[in-house]
Write a protein that binds this ligand. Structure first.
Ligand code: UD1
Ligand code: UDP
Length: 374
């Protein structure tokens, strides 16, 4: 149909799907656009969980995932596959999110075709290229290519300006993760059975304080994962604590966690939870222990303290707001920081304040307006 802008939204992993479904919904509802969706299938089951919950039916699915995939083989498959889709679709814009291999390859494939790319969640920087690895470099590459930078916060926008990105192309939109969280919270309120899958654990752990855990960063493989498992084992030895840990499907995570934690009384190792159940887990937890990017944004929004098991963060806003704390991957330090929150009510209260530096739930709306006028 003449006149409508054709927008190709590209994503491949769980967090990209969560942070882009609000935009996919908004584009589909807006007659000014023809929204097209390409998933790379960099993740499979974990991506499909989000597509199902959000009701997104991709127009293209490259299905690239291989077990324990290497970064170079993955990137090569993405680049050629995404290029083919762009040749077929000839979009006016390609939209990518975050810092995954899919996002980086899509930005490069768009650049090779002189198609403008819009970057959602632009400007996050840890300052070091080894943490997070390889995401810090992925997002810098996208930053040099994108024609529209949708920064979640003023801090992220400032980072882009420091890199001499044209200020006219940088816009603070908030993070679409808050849109996603609002959407899913409303769905759960309408249909509480969406989170019924946790009821049995809620009963089993009644009276205990629940610590929610996730972990998957490549730079934590090996020693870091062992230390995280050790910290969880020590925390779960307390009779007043129960750990609920949906384990990422990456074999480098699962082998360690299954070997170290399976069968412990106060630890529930689960398959990855779909988004409503994960939102419910944050709600049930008194604190979150994580190395995830998205969880660092969601937990503060829901008023839950989050201990970040990483050396650096590209999301300083939660730390500055006092709801997140960097604790590294030393087992003793993780346990000490978690116990401080469990045993010191004042320390807990100081962190457990709902604070939302990452957005107001209207980011997708702003991005749609930018795409309509740019
Ligand atoms: C990827 C992203 C990372 C993001 C994370 C979110 C890159 C380089 N990494 O890391 O930035 O934070 O996703 O979770 O883009 N697997 C499955 N089923 C799935 C998903 C993964 O079996 O649904 C297994 C496969 O063996 C796969 C492996 O996990 O090869 C690794 O997946 P990959 O996307 O390469 O890396 P992640 O660590 O998930
Ligand atoms: N998440 C989920 N189920 C889980 C664990 C996480 O739906 O079992 C969601 C979580 O709410 C967040 C996103 O997945 O929105 C984070 O993904 P992940 O930690 O895999 O990647 P990162 O954010 O670190 O890139």
């Amino acid at each position: 149909m003449g006149g409508r802008k054709r927008i190709l939204t590209v994503f491949g992993t769980r967090p990209e799907a969560i942070k882009l479904f609000p935009l996919v919904h908004a584009l589909a509802a807006d007659p000014r656009f023809e929204g097209r969706v390409c998933v790379s299938g960099q993740h499979r089951a974990m991506l499909d969980q989000v597509l199902t919950v959000a009701g997104v039916a991709p127009d293209h699915d490259l299905d690239v995932m291989q077990p324990d995939q290497s970064l170079d083989a993955l990137t090569a498959a993405l680049l050629t596959g995404l290029g083919r889709v762009m040749d077929e679709e000839r979009p006016d814009w390609v939209v990518v999110q975050g810092d995954t291999a899919t996002a980086m390859a899509a930005a490069i494939a768009a650049y090779y075709r002189r198609i403008p790319a819009a970057h959602v969640e632009a400007g996050l920087r840890s300052g070091g290229i080894r943490h997070p690895w390889p995401e810090e470099v992925n997002r810098r590459i996208i930053g040099t290519i994108a024609a529209l930078h949708c920064a979640p916060t003023e801090t992220a926008a400032a980072a882009l300006r420091r890199e001499t990105v044209d200020p006219a192309t940088i816009h603070v939109t908030g993070n679409t993760v808050i849109d996603a969280l609002h959407w899913i919270t409303a769905r759960i309120a309408e249909r509480p059975q969406l989170v019924a899958g946790l009821a049995e654990l809620e009963q089993r752990f009644a009276g205990k304080r629940i610590v929610g855990v996730t972990s998957h960063r490549r730079e934590n493989f090996g020693d870091g994962m062992e230390a995280i498992a050790e910290a969880i084992r020590r925390l779960a030895a307390r009779p007043d604590v129960a750990v609920i840990f949906p384990v990422h499907l990456n074999p480098n995570v699962r082998q360690v966690m299954n070997a170290e934690l399976a069968g412990l009384d106060n630890v529930a190792l689960l398959e990855p939870l779909d988004y409503p159940h994960f939102a419910r887990l944050i709600d049930l937890s008194c604190l979150m222990l994580t190395d995830s990017g998205g969880v660092q944004e969601e937990a503060p929004a829901l008023g839950k303290p989050v201990l970040v098991m990483r050396e650096t963060t590209e999301r300083p806003e939660g730390v500055e707001a006092g709801t997140a704390r960097l604790v590294g991957t030393d087992a003793a330090r993780i346990v000490a920081e978690a116990e401080r929150l469990l045993d010191d009510a004042a320390a807990y209260a100081a962190m457990a304040r709902a604070h939302n530096p990452f957005g107001d739930g209207r980011s997708a709306e702003r991005i749609v307006e930018l795409l309509s006028t740019t």
